[in-house]
Write a protein that binds this ligand. Sequence first.
Ligand code: ATP
Ligand code: MG
Length: 184
Amino acid sequence: MTGIPGVGKTTLLSKIVEIIKSHGKSVNVVSFGTMMFEIAKENGLKDRDELRKLSVTEQQNLQKIVAEKIAALNDQIVIIDTHAFINSPEGYYPGLPEHVLKIIKPTNFVSVSAKSEEIYNRRMKDDTRNRDKITLINIKKELEYQSGMISACVVITGSPVRHILNNEGKVDEAVDKVISSIGL
Ligand code: ATP
Ligand code: MG
């Protein structure tokens, strides 16, 4: 599951997990960024939001280690909460580059989107994160990059993508769409 920061991925996934479990399936939701941060912490990184500021080479190494850990999971369903691109000082950088996709071999992609104004408000309300400067123009640009990056993932893997709109106050509707899109 990909989508730009603040679009609501983690919110949707917390509900999706409960539904999948109630269907008697084993499910593991992993946050790619959190797993990268756990490894980076061992090497002295203090803040999760500093991850995207590491050199691209360092981020690539971390991505590879995390991808291998995810590929080794044995649950019936593994859902990865991640970003299709990262806003790093060297430029937009893929969260799911080809070398990572080849390791994790995703069967389905879900691309979560929302109105740019709603994403703006959600980011402004969330003071637990140390976010980059937030503007409506940047959010619109990020939504465009998100759609380009996810199209590349679909072509590289040959797996389908479902685009889900997470409308304001309509979490349950978005959750239902995700559940049906992955055939549960
Ligand atoms: P990040 O990539 O930074 O981890 P995220 O995509 O996981 O972001 P969330 O943390 O799930 O985003 O959501 C961001 C904020 O938006 C939260 O405060 C959440 O409660 C709120 N939110 C999510 N979905 C909706 C919705 N449909 N309506 C209203 N608020 C929502
Ligand atoms: Mg999240």
